[in-house]
Unconditional design. Structure first.
Length: 188
């Protein structure tokens, strides 16, 4: 391995972390933000909020979605910081060993040392990033379920109230002296 190969290796490690699901993180943030904005903006058109029950599900859903966005932003930043740590590690290795010429051959000891040092940062970081992403997705899905339950339960309640008022036929009775007059029902 020469210094040029080491720099390519460094770039591959950097790319592995910074590219590793970066598109997923961006899309996740876009979708989560859009659902949060949709739920806040259009909830009044779906559910009569003043008459809504289960408001705790709505607020819980919003909380989980906001927390998932925060976790994913933290994951994105952690990935960038880990990539920078890897770049610094390799640059410091090159500087400390005086490997300024790209064609300089590294001994097998040097190659083993730098790969061991890089892997000591790379693999634990990738494992933590994967765990953070899973946590963010699960938190988001929990928020989505909570929000969906809020909407569903309120729509069911609202539909039930409408049905009860339509199904009940009230008879208007007018009492006059000794005679009862039945006027009709609500559905006529």
């Amino acid at each position: 391995m020469d210094v040029k190969s080491l720099n390519e290796y460094k770039q591959n490690c950097y790319t592995a972390l910074s590219r590793d699901l970066t598109e997923f993180e961006k899309n996740f943030l876009l979708i989560a933000g859009a659902i949060l904005a949709f739920s806040i903006t259009f909830i009044k058109d779906i559910i009569k909020i003043a008459e809504a029950d289960y408001l705790y599900l709505l607020f819980l859903g919003w909380l989980f979605i906001i927390v998932s966005i925060g976790i994913m932003m933290h994951t994105f930043l952690r990935s960038a910081n880990a990539s920078n740590d890897l770049l610094k590690l390799v640059d410091d290795f090159i500087e400390n060993n005086g490997f300024y010429i790209s064609e300089t051959k590294l001994s097998s000891e040097h190659s083993k040392k730098i790969k061991t040092d890089v892997n000591a940062i790379l693999y634990p970081c990738k494992s933590k990033l994967r765990a953070h992403r899973k946590f963010a997705v699960n938190t988001f899905l929990t928020g989505l379920v909570s929000f969906s339950l809020f909407v569903s339960l309120n729509l069911i309640d609202e539909n039930g109230k409408d049905r009860n008022t339509k199904d009940k036929k009230s008879v208007h009775t007018i009492f006059t002296n000794d005679t009862i007059i039945i006027k009709g029902t609500n559905n006529e």
